[in-house]
Ligand binder design. Structure first.
Ligand code: ADP
Ligand code: ASP
Ligand code: MG
Length: 416
């Protein structure tokens, strides 16, 4: 017997047929003798619709009310799945975030989990009850207001709950049967990984692979939760209970015997570039630029500063997410007097392509071969950043797929 948290994403609960399919997956595990808690997302598209409702009333709106609205999608699916389970004879009940309670910070729209009381759920296991928990939601204790964990946050609810109830595993059921070397919808030759280390998955997720929310991997890493990504689209009746199902285990690095140099490639089209031209090359300039951005809560990603040719002025380029672009530009314009620069050049049609692998720690020249391969295909690189287990390249958006495919082949990731 094991204790499992099973999480089902939006496409897995997109309609009544799929919810009934999910109920049969849950029954399969209950029949196998496991203790089960389930976490659900809203039906595919529901959260987007709710977000749009808020924006249609006011582009800038109260974030606490935004949370009250967008959390409702998960309330619906948790109740529906509980009903579906009951019709299969399984004692199930729904739990909203505030009922558990799953306590969070008060950063509405992207709250962080502060504490979870696992006791009521553990008591439920003892009675053979299946808890169906609305993912994505929490409550801020002091204000008593509903919060949400940021888009894709049900993954984080699931991993946090798995840690709180000391589950043996957290199964993430989604519309792909695991984590691939890159997004399989963009690169058909992408290969499913049997295992991926937390650190690599963290990079993949932060750099654009939306299969898991970044925060969920951070939590998995700190609490050492074994996370298994698999498909909800398989018919429960077709699954052989005696064989391991297809999927990807996200686990500690030490569980992986051999590391390829490159594990995967992630990309993000939500990038924007700002170049500050002819700034004075003197101490304090970087602080004058990045101080105001940080005060405005804008995350700066890549930074490139040229070495000044004349010893007087230089150019400084940085990237932010597309969502922060207008605010970032505005912030720099407002700080113009303090910074002192000739002009701003900007680009929003840029993408970031990142190559990730723990094996890079012990291999030199991995990035160099990418530069050659991309140059051969006429892809211009605007900016580069590197760290121990990844490097990222900023390129024109139009070349995103070409670049990802080229690098995927270059590093031997294509499936046979
Ligand atoms: P859910 O609704 O179940 O949470 P998401 O849409 O959030 O599912 O995440 C699954 C999607 O992530 C897949 O459909 C796939 O297109 C995308 N994806 C991006 N990168 C990867 C990757 N490296 N491996 C698998 N899926 C990926
Ligand atoms: N329903 C939420 C969203 O669409 C949370 C999730 O799906 O994980 O972002
Ligand atoms: Mg998701």
């Amino acid at each position: 017997m094991a204790r499992l948290v099973m999480k089902f994403g939006g496409s897995s609960v997109a309609d009544i047929d799929r919810i009934q399919n999910v109920a049969r997956h849950v029954k399969r595990e209950v029949d196998a003798g496991h203790e089960v808690a389930v976490v659900v997302s809203a039906m595919a598209g529901a959260t987007n619709q709710l977000v749009k409702f808020c924006r249609d009333i006011a582009v800038l709106h109260d974030q606490a009310e935004y949370d009250a609205v967008v959390a409702s999608g998960e309330q619906v699916t948790s109740g529906l799945l509980a009903i579906a389970l009951q019709t299969l004879g399984i004692p199930a009940r729904s739990w909203q975030g505030w009922q558990i309670p799953l306590e969070t910070s008060d950063q509405h729209g992207s709250a962080r989990i502060a504490a979870i009381d696992g006791a009521p759920l553990i008591a439920g296991f003892a009675k053979g009850q299946v808890a169906v928990i609305a993912g994505f939601q929490g409550i801020h204790r002091e204000t008593g207001r509903i919060t949400t964990l940021g888009r894709g946050g049900s993954d984080t609810s699931a991993v946090a709950l798995a840690a709180a109830v000391k589950a043996d595993r957290c199964d993430i059921y989604t519309d792909v049967d695991g984590v691939y070397t890159t997004d399989p919808r963009v690169v058909p030759k992408a290969r499913r990984l049997d295992k991926i280390a937390f650190e690599e998955m963290l990079e993949m997720a932060s750099l654009g692979a939306k299969v898991m929310q970044v925060r969920s991997i951070e939590l998995g890493m700190t609490h050492n939760v074994r996370i298994f990504v698999r498909s909800s689209f398989d018919k429960p009746e077709d699954i052989d209970p005696h064989r391991p199902p297809p999927g990807t285990l996200i686990c500690d690095e030490s569980e992986i015997m051999e590391h390829e140099v490159v594990t995967g490639i992630a990309f993000s089209r939500d990038e924007a570039q700002i170049s500050v031209r002819s700034v004075e090359d003197k101490p304090g300039v970087a602080a004058a630029i990045f101080g105001p951005l940080s005060d405005a809560n804008i995350n700066v990603d890549m930074i490139v500063q040229n070495v000044s040719a004349d010893g007087k002025t230089t150019d400084l380029t940085f990237t932010v997410t597309a969502a922060d672009f207008e605010r970032a530009k505005d912030t720099i314009e407002k700080a113009r007097a303090a910074i002192g620069f000739a002009r701003l050049d900007t680009a929003t049609d840029v993408s970031k392509v990142s190559v990730i692998g723990i094996g890079m720690r012990s291999h030199a020249g991995v990035a160099a071969s990418a530069f050659r391969a991309l140059a051969d295909r006429g892809v211009n690189i605007r900016a580069i950043t590197t760290s121990e287990i990844k490097f990222s390249l900023l390129i024109d958006s139009a070349f995103t797929e070409l670049a990802v495919r080229t690098l995927h082949t270059l590093y031997g990731l294509d499936k046979a």
